[in-house]
Design a protein around this ligand. Sequence first.
Ligand SMILES: C[S@@+](CC[C@H](N)C(=O)[O-])C[C@H]1O[C@@H](n2cnc3c(N)ncnc32)[C@H](O)[C@@H]1O
Length: 216
Amino acid sequence: MNLLREERKGRRVLLTRNLAPGKRVYNEELVLKDGVEFRTWDPFRSKLAAAILKGLPEDVVREGAKVLYLGASTGTTASHVSDLVGPPGLVIGVEFAPRVAREFVEHVARERANVVPFVSDARDPSKYSIAQVDVVYCDIAQPDQTDIALANCARLLKKEGTLLLIVKARSIDVLKEPERVFSEERSKLEKAGLKIRSVIELSPFEKDHALIYATA
Ligand SMILES: C[S@@+](CC[C@H](N)C(=O)[O-])C[C@H]1O[C@@H](n2cnc3c(N)ncnc32)[C@H](O)[C@@H]1O
């Protein structure tokens, strides 16, 4: 069991089993449960945690899965994905900004054997020559991010694999209603042949964001 749910001071809390015991990645709490260390997973810092608290099935990222993570940044969420997939899984983290990528390498990839960093542009998936994956997670906050996610899925997502796409409405069009942006991005995925399982709006954790859960 790599994910726990708890109620603390009237709030629902998620925890992931720490793959690097004793190590923190951000300001999360380390909590011992029957001798096993877990890390609190903050839904205000991680859109995947927010989506799980708002109904995304938690087994979408399961133990042993291979995850291509686009937009790893300093690794806040990627580190929890590394906890979820555990030692038999793999997280391939792609990040193109050198400063944050360095932090990701030093604080996350170096401490975790199941994390492989690529300092690379997600626009060109041929640059990271890897085998096909079970899950593509895309959180790059770019206007053309749905096309970038689709290019990665076409090349690297297994048949019946999962795409988790974070849509930041304001990065795509500041003037349009967020609901309309979510619906247009959803249509692009459907046109590309993906099946939409759910569209989860992330408030109150993130304003004007949604996670689209789709399968190939
Ligand atoms: C919203 S942040 C990601 C936050 C991270 N997913 C988390 O939850 O911890 C978006 C990241 O995507 C990166 N990014 C944007 N465009 C990219 C691209 N074309 N290729 C790779 N990384 C990109 C940015 O440098 C930034 O670090």
